[in-house]
Design a protein around this ligand. Structure first.
Ligand SMILES: Cc1cc2nc3c(=O)[nH]c(=O)nc-3n(C[C@H](O)[C@H](O)[C@H](O)COP(=O)(O)O)c2cc1C
Length: 185
């Protein structure tokens, strides 16, 4: 038996990755927020999108400075991601509260998060400000790096415990995987 869940339809495609977006203002005030609504758009040119509510401080900073970074945490950072998704950088210093360390990025002004396993540095390509509660921020990838212990051409499933967000404050990770070989078919 199915039941009607239209008001929660977004959670039907969760879990989605819990990631951290870093940004910085003109007067060098860095910020970090959690996000899950993130989608790669194109490999060439390298474009990626995030959906943000325009009232987020991060949205204001990205518009102000024109760049941002996507930082990939693993499951061990779930409490930090909880904090960065529950408080606004307008009111508090979230790096301090979540024990995360901002360090300089290679190609952009926004910092990256030292404790994360991978970083994607982006410049703001375009904002699609739909008449909707979230706007689409499109970033052009300027640089990307990953911890070699956890990522070769993909994440190494024996090593990497991704942080997955189910919605409604529920976090998880994967406990199984299979590398399917073409010769099987
Ligand atoms: C796991 C998680 C994922 C989130 N994903 C998004 C998202 O994709 N887009 C968004 O606008 N807010 C998202 N949020 C909410 C923001 O992180 C939250 O409103 C945060 O306080 C905004 O911070 P800021 O005002 O410092 O930018 C998410 C929160 C959590 C905990």
């Amino acid at each position: 038996m199915y039941h009607e869940v239209k008001s929660n339809f977004v959670y039907l495609i969760h879990p989605l990755p819990g990631i951290l977006i870093t940004s910085i203002g003109k007067n060098n005030n860095p910020n970090v927020m959690s996000a899950s609504w993130i989608t790669p758009i194109s490999i060439n040119p390298p474009l990626i999108s995030i959906s943000l509510r325009p009232e987020r401080y991060t949205y204001e900073l990205i518009k102000e400075t024109g760049d941002f970074a996507i930082n990939i945490p693993d499951y061990s950072l779930r409490k930090a991601v909880f904090i960065c998704g529950r408080y606004s950088g307008r009111k508090i210093n979230k790096f301090k509260k979540s024990n995360l360390t901002p360090i300089p990025a290679k190609k952009i002004r926004s910092p990256i998060v030292k404790e994360c396993l991978a970083h994607i540095e982006c410049t703001l390509e375009r904002i699609i400000d739909l008449p909707a509660d979230h706007h689409i921020i499109i970033g052009r990838v300027q640089y990307a790096q990953a911890h070699e212990e956890f990522f070769k051409n993909t994440y190494i499933p024996e090593k990497f415990k991704p942080l997955l967000y189910f919605g409604k404050d529920i976090y998880g990770t994967i406990d199984t995987y299979e590398h399917i070989k073409t010769e099987e078919f």
